[in-house]
Design a protein around this ligand. Structure first.
Ligand code: BES
Ligand code: MN
Ligand code: ZN
Length: 487
């Protein structure tokens, strides 16, 4: 998708040339600044009861009189926030989607706030979501929408900020698309080796340094806990390291660690059958690391970033990990595996130990870690866990700015109690209560050497039901966070 800023000419919106012009209307009345032919159309429609100044209401006009664009759509965003602007855009784009629009112009009238970086990013996100369609294993999928160019129309003085937002947003949208595409691929396609080859492809395309470790190399590093999960599957595991260098080599990197369980059956602690197919999305953390690395590599901020992906399947077999088994993590700490379905933390803990050798400025792991997090927060906020208040505020600020919500959860030492074991340094599960928190407490035991945060994206990485599919979250949050750390 091609995004550009278009300064408003003397002819006003009526003179904007495009296959379609989408006007997002702020406020609760026809904006005074709207030029005549458009204002006449809108007030007439409102009078007839065909348009209301209520969130996301649309009005479509074909070949509007006195307007250069072939098609015109109005959509209401009376509340006026960036979030409302994005929701209105999504509604407007849905109305235009089926049409043969290749070149779209978008304008914003009746808003109090100037058209800025955040509004421009909201546009790229809404467009990215509107045009994405999974088709890789579905030959019968409808043809891709024709939309190829989107112009954001605004005042000349808004050009710098809006253009910056479009550039940033386009890179994020491409990262989100990559994460969605990886997530949506079925488990027999999106294997650990597939994730490795996607990482290699990224590396070639954007000159990132990419190392892929196979089972033997993983053994050599000593990732015993990760290998214990992988041992039940015939599909070989991969440990993937992606390096982006935008600052001096001596500068401490931000490290992103992604859970890449390409299918989670639960292992010997087998999951119930209903909706088990959705456990192909259990590599959403890994997908978000790939997507974020893509966005960062395109935007080239002055910062160093390392992506770590731990990828394997969690399956039952004659060689699989059993409840009661005690394994040794890379850190030396031993773990009694009381439930083989709590596998995410078992692979992540070794990647978190590996991260120590990168002498990181901060480490953020991203994982579809617990069903309990879905119960706690639903599908809107990702769960944020960290003992570091400064890091928490940075991540929450990034989440707000990127319209990719996250909610901070507690991480008090009291929650560690449940992880005690008679046979190892810790058990891999606590009780049912506070399950998302005890999972985070488990990870915390491996992160003493650096500032660390954990994002539980079990409720936000994909959608279920008729709209089943990967969301690409939290690529927007992570990219914004990395950019904010670059200053
Ligand atoms: N990948 C799942 C978490 C999950 C479950 C995400 C449902 C989204 C929807 C994870 O590996 C898992 O199975 N966690 C267990 C942990 C439990 C055994 C302590 C869970 O949440 O049930
Ligand atoms: Mn599991
Ligand atoms: Zn899992």
């Amino acid at each position: 998708m091609d995004f550009e800023f278009k300064p408003l000419g003397s002819g006003g919106l009526a003179a904007v040339a495009a296959d379609a012009l989408l006007v997002v209307v702020g406020g609760k009345a026809v904006p005074a600044s709207l030029d005549k032919p458009l204002a006449a159309l809108l007030s007439d429609a409102a009078m007839q009861g065909d348009f209301e100044f209520k969130a996301n209401r649309c009005l479509y006009v074909h070949r509007p009189a006195g307007v250069t664009a072939q098609r015109l759509a109005f959509v209401a965003a009376p509340e006026g926030s960036v979030k409302a602007f994005k929701a209105a855009l999504s509604a407007g784009l849905a109305a235009l989607k089926a049409l043969g629009v290749a070149q779209l112009a978008v304008a914003r009238v009746g808003f109090d706030a100037a058209l800025d970086d955040a509004a421009a990013r909201a546009l790229t996100a809404a467009v990215g979501d509107a045009v994405y369609l999974y088709r890789h294993t579905k030959p019968s999928a409808p043809a891709a929408p024709k939309l190829a160019r989107v112009a954001l129309v605004g005042e000349k003085k808004e050009a710098a900020s809006a253009s910056r937002g479009l550039r940033r947003g386009a890179a994020v949208a491409a990262g989100v698309e990559l994460a969605r595409e990886c997530g949506n691929r079925p488990g027999n396609h999106a294997t650990p080796s597939f994730l490795a080859s996607e990482a290699k492809k990224l590396g070639k395309q954007f000159s990132l340094d990419v190392d892929v470790h196979d089972r033997k190399a993983i053994e050599k590093i000593g990732m015993g806990s990760f290998l214990a999960v992988a041992q039940g599957s015939d599909e070989p595991p991969r440990f993937i390291v992606l390096r982006y260098q935008g600052a001096a080599a001596t500068k401490a990197p931000i490290v992103l660690v992604g859970k890449g369980i390409t299918f989670d059956s639960g292992g010997i602690s087998l999951k119930p059958g209903a909706e088990m197919d959705e456990m192909k999305f259990d590599m959403g953390g890994a997908a978000s690391v790939l997507g974020t690395m893509r966005a960062i590599a395109e935007l080239k901020p002055r910062i160093n970033v390392v992506g770590l992906i731990v990828a394997c399947e969690n399956l039952p077999s004659g060689r699989a990990l059993k409840p009661g088994d005690v394994i040794q993590s890379m850190s030396g700490q031993t773990i009694e595996v009381l439930n083989t379905d709590a596998e995410g933390r078992l692979i992540l803990c070794d990647a978190l130990t590996y991260a120590e050798r990168l002498k990181p400025a901060a480490v953020v792991d991203i994982a579809t870690l617990t069903g309990a997090c879905v119960i706690a927060l639903g599908h809107h906020h990702s769960g944020l866990f960290t003992a570091d208040d400064k890091l928490a505020e940075q991540l929450l600020a990034a989440s707000r700015s990127a319209l990719d919500p996250a909610w901070r959860m507690p991480l008090d030492e009291e929650y560690d109690e449940g992880l005690k074991s008679n046979f190892a340094d810790m058990a891999n599960i606590g009780g049912r209560a506070g399950g998302a928190i005890t999972a985070a407490m488990f990870l915390k035991r491996f992160t003493a050497k650096y500032p660390w945060a954990h994002l539980d994206i079990a409720g936000t990485a994909w959608k279920s039901g008729t709209v089943k599919g990967a969301t690409g979250r939290p690529v927007p949050l992570l990219t914004e966070f990395v950019l904010s750390r670059a200053g």
